[in-house]
Design a protein around this ligand. Structure first.
Ligand SMILES: Cc1cc2nc3c(=O)[nH]c(=O)nc-3n(C[C@H](O)[C@H](O)[C@H](O)COP(=O)(O)O)c2cc1C
Length: 123
């Protein structure tokens, strides 16, 4: 997976851009490749200018030397909404609404053996 992260923050806060820094580090730890370095926007200064500077580094990575991007890149993943309570690790190709298995029919009870006649007819 390739990724690019821009963190929004304000240097007045003790944990400046913590969430974006965390996300950038986590993605890298899971093996993602950064398209460009983490961007950080400081609302105490000029968030928009920070973003524009970072955006230029992202475009350069996506389209080296400039030029126009005329088509959207082919997605490398697919997003699916899982029904509530679904197992996210289940086989993604499995039918999400499988038919319930029919209940096995109960075995027929064995017929009771006929009791010997207590008053047999005399021969
Ligand atoms: C423009 C803006 C920038 C912010 N930057 C940061 C930041 O860099 N670090 C941080 O911990 N919280 C930041 N925050 C605050 C969080 O978004 C969040 O509101 C806050 O952490 C919640 O706690 P509080 O209500 O006590 O401030 C920022 C909020 C705004 C509106």
């Amino acid at each position: 997976m390739r990724c690019a992260t821009f963190a929004l923050g304000n240097r007045q806060y003790e944990h400046f851009c913590y969430m974006g820094r965390w996300m950038d580090a986590r993605l890298a730890a899971y093996g993602a490749t950064r398209l460009c370095a983490l961007g950080e926007g400081d609302d105490d200064d000029n968030l928009e200018a920070d973003f524009e500077r970072w955006k230029a580094t992202l475009w350069e990575a996506l389209c080296p030397g400039g030029g126009e991007i005329t088509c959207a890149p082919t997605p490398q993943f697919e997003c699916k909404m899982l029904p509530k309570g679904a197992n996210p690790n289940a086989n993604p190709n499995a039918n999400p609404n499988p038919k319930p298995k029919p209940k096995p029919k109960p075995k027929p009870k064995p017929k009771p053996k006929p009791k010997p006649n207590p008053n047999p007819k005399p021969a």
